[in-house]
Design a protein around this ligand. Structure first.
Ligand SMILES: Cc1ncc(COP(=O)(O)O)c(C=O)c1O
Length: 465
């Protein structure tokens, strides 16, 4: 019996720990669930309660928790090589990940740089894009363009290209200046407010004025811009905003026209979450750099990759004294344990073909979202893509008026969901499901039915609707 009883864990946690994205005072009079085990889609608390991991443990888990093949790969690797620095050494595990991943990526993306989380993958991409131009003598190309509502991580480079005021505004004095362009947020489009729900963002007679805003910046500033960074098809932390393929295609074309690089941040969208291995496949364009993390190890261990074209790589390849070296690296770069699990993850994709098999499940998920939430008076928008679904809660559906911030509707729903065996962690007043690829039709039904019950209860408790 461990001396870390539930009471002791919670007491030590309250006295000494500081959790991410959490106002610790919110836990003054309530306890966070203590998780002791996980299997498949469920987490188990210390009291034995089961919770559906409806957000895939912050968007990382793909094949379920405690997966026998991923477990086995990790255990086996432990007997061989734990870790070694990756500058000046290489190992089979790092090479095999890349070898297998090449089969899933466009062939132009052929140079792989390891780091250990999504934010660092983005930092690497930003520095690479910047130095690509510097190494070739384009000294004035130093700025980035990012989207309103974009999220690329919490390190300062990533924050500099972050577009969510709540998370990023305070830190502006610490960041480098970047140009913000309008988001393709169809529900709140100033030129053509959405009629009906966004769903998977088709494009009925829309002239994409959001792209005009981007071209405006490029027309005036292209000489000083090194790259545009964008999350393909889904602004995830910005509120699970699904946007039209045409926007991404247009962005890519504009980047080509004005000679700036394109960075796709597939940290959240990669590895099947949007229904294709990578979201960029849905549009058929290849960026200069792509960032991968989260699902790379199936949700087991931190590992990330920044993948570039040969053209980018060649701009750094020279005699040492030419001063073009990419000076970047982390202690745990290409950690062999994480690589071993990444290999097992990629083998599962090749062997079990979860995306092909999962199509009916995804369609069921999307149908159920429309069926269960389409008539609810508090739902301002429904949107989905692959295994990601979201509803945007509003106080008044006719005017799309939001709930007052003080009502903390999303937070209340989160708290209530835990009691019901769900993890509905909100993004403001957007409630979302970020499901793993292994989810079944019956799990979807149970999750969505329960979710609706929780949401209704909280909203009615507010006394408004
Ligand atoms: C699109 C995107 N980029 C980057 C990140 C940062 O990844 P990490 O939390 O692993 O640093 C996230 C995290 O949610 C993300 O959604």
């Amino acid at each position: 019996m461990s001396r870390y009883t539930k009471e002791k864990i919670l007491d030590l946690d309250r006295r000494h720990l500081w959790h991410p994205f959490t106002q610790m005072k919110d836990y003054e009079d309530r306890d966070p669930p203590v998780i002791v085990a996980a299997k498949g889609l469920q987490l188990q608390t210390i009291e034995g309660q089961l919770l559906y991991d409806t957000i895939s443990s912050w968007w990382v888990n793909l094949h379920g928790h405690n997966h026998p093949e991923l477990n086995e790969a990790l255990i086996e690797q432990l007997h061989r090589l734990d870790h070694v620095n990756f500058s000046g050494f290489t190992h089979r595990e790092a090479v095999e990940v890349v070898d297998r991943l090449r089969g899933f990526l466009p062939q132009e993306l052929c140079r792989f740089f390891y780091s250990d989380n999504g934010s660092t993958a983005v930092e690497v991409a930003l520095k690479m894009a910047f130095q690509f131009w510097q190494n070739q003598g384009f000294k004035e190309k130093t700025r980035f363009i990012f989207l309103e509502n974009a999220y690329h991580g919490d390190t300062m480079g990533a924050v500099s290209v972050g577009g969510i005021d709540l998370f990023h505004r305070l830190y502006r004095p610490l960041t480098f200046f970047s140009y913000k362009t309008r988001a393709p947020y169809c529900l709140r489009c100033p030129d053509k407010p959405a009629e009906g729900f966004t769903l998977d963002a088709p494009l009925p007679d829309c002239s994409l004025t959001c792209l005009e805003a981007l071209e405006g910046i490029l027309k005036e500033k292209a000489v000083e811009i090194c790259a545009i960074i964008v999350e393909p098809r889904l602004l995830a932390a910005g509120g699970m905003i699904v946007y039209p393929k045409e926007y991404l295609k247009g962005l890519w074309e504009l980047a080509r026209k004005y000679d700036v690089l394109v960075i796709f941040d597939e940290v959240a969208t990669g590895f099947g979450r949007t229904g294709t291995m990578f979201a960029m496949e849905q549009v058929g364009v290849v960026p200069d750099i792509v960032c991968l993390a989260k699902g790379l190890t199936g949700g087991y261990l931190p590992l990330s990759l920044t993948v570039a074209t040969e053209e980018i790589f060649q701009a750094f390849y020279d005699d040492y004294l030419a001063g073009k070296t990419f000076f970047h690296g982390h202690s745990y770069t290409a950690n062999p344990l994480a690589c071993a699990v990444a290999i097992a993850n990629l083998k599962l994709f090749a062997k079990e073909r979860p995306l092909e098999k999962g199509e009916p499940v995804r369609l069921h998920f999307q149908r159920q979202l429309r069926r269960l939430f389409g008539e609810e008076p508090y739902v301002g928008d429904i949107r989905y893509l692959g295994y990601v679904g979201a509803i945007e809660l509003v106080a008044d559906r006719a005017t799309q008026k939001a709930f007052p911030v003080e009502a903390r509707v999303g937070f209340k729903i989160y708290m209530e969901s835990l009691k019901e065996g769900l993890v509905l962690r909100p993004l403001g007043d957007v409630i979302y499901w970020f499901l793993p690829l292994c989810v079944t039709v019956s799990e979807i039904d149970e999750i969505l039915e329960k979710s609706r019950g929780v949401i209704r209860r909280v909203i009615h408790g507010l006394g408004g609707i």
